[in-house]
Write a protein that binds this ligand. Structure first.
Ligand code: ADP
Ligand code: MG
Length: 256
């Protein structure tokens, strides 16, 4: 690991409806190194998905700074943002919702290539085959539709699409949670291999501490919009210091 890729300082976001105000993010500060995986764990509603969506600029924070390679992500001009937008990508739990059901898998992967103006048409076809191969899928899958393939294959397609714009950071929000144990293990292996080969950084959000521990170098524990504990994955999971961390570890079934 060499150098910091992402640095987040004092990120805050409140949601208000008629009845109450929720601090979904409350003064969140952390960083992720190049080629590093930071795991995020925390109970439901603790702000994990809001954090992911703020990083992807799907949600505008109320306060805070997001630095990527030292550049202030929120202060970028629209043009600069367009040029760099591909550098953070996301994979969701339910890939079906992120795909147009009518288009082929190849087209779905090609869209970001076109948007980021990577290569000409012929080069893009080769790029699609290459992306599918990198996530362990046959190139022929480009001609199929997303609902025609299995859940595990869908997540690989979603990952291939995320990789298309050559991201520096991929945010995985419960991305493996819907997969069965053996598929999840294969995806974890794939992620680790991609990271070794390409130095991608991951922000890995998961509800299963055992899975998060397997892939993460460091872990942050969230509760009510705050990071209540952070440290090396093995240290946090073997000897959590926060009440939230202790409760999460205590909830891991002992038969694992
Ligand atoms: P997690 O992913 O950890 O389960 P979320 O980030 O989804 O948590 O939610 C954090 C808190 O913010 C929750 O109380 C949730 O109800 C609230 N919240 C999230 N998104 C919205 C929204 N768009 N409008 C109102 N409240 C929201
Ligand atoms: Mg969530």
């Amino acid at each position: 690991m060499s150098g910091e890729l992402l640095s987040v300082e004092g990120l805050s976001k409140r949601f208000a409806d008629r009845r109450r105000t929720v601090a979904a993010l409350d003064d969140v500060t952390f960083s992720i190194g190049m080629g590093e995986t930071l795991g995020i764990v925390g109970p439901s509603g603790s702000g994990k998905s809001t954090l992911a969506r703020v990083l992807l600029r799907l949600v505008e924070p109320d306060a805070g700074r997001i630095l990527i390679d030292g550049e202030d992500w929120r202060a970028l001009s629209p043009k600069a943002l367009r040029q760099r937008r591909g550098s953070i990508q996301m994979v969701f739990q339910d890939p079906l919702s992120a795909f147009n059901p009518r288009t082929t898998i190849g087209k779905a992967i090609m869209d970001p290539l076109r948007i980021h103006a990577i290569g000409n048409r012929g080069a893009r076809h080769a790029a699609i085959a290459n992306l599918l191969q990198r996530v362990g899928l046959p190139a022929e899958m480009a001609g199929r539709r997303i609902h025609e393939v299995s859940g595990g294959q869908r997540q690989r397609v979603a990952l291939a699409r995320a990789l298309a714009s050559r991201p520096r950071l991929v945010v995985l929000d419960e991305a493996l949670s819907a997969l069965d144990v053996s598929l999840r293990g294969k995806m974890l292996e794939l992620l680790v291999r991609l990271q070794e080969e390409e130095g991608i950084s991951f922000l890995f959000i998961g509800h299963d501490p055992a899975v998060v521990r397997m892939i993460s170098h460091r872990v942050a524990v969230m509760d009510q919009g705050r990071i209540v504990e952070t440290g090396d994955a093995d240290a946090v999971f073997s000897d959590p210091q926060s009440q939230t961390g202790k409760a999460l570890i205590a909830a891991i079934p002992t038969w694992r």
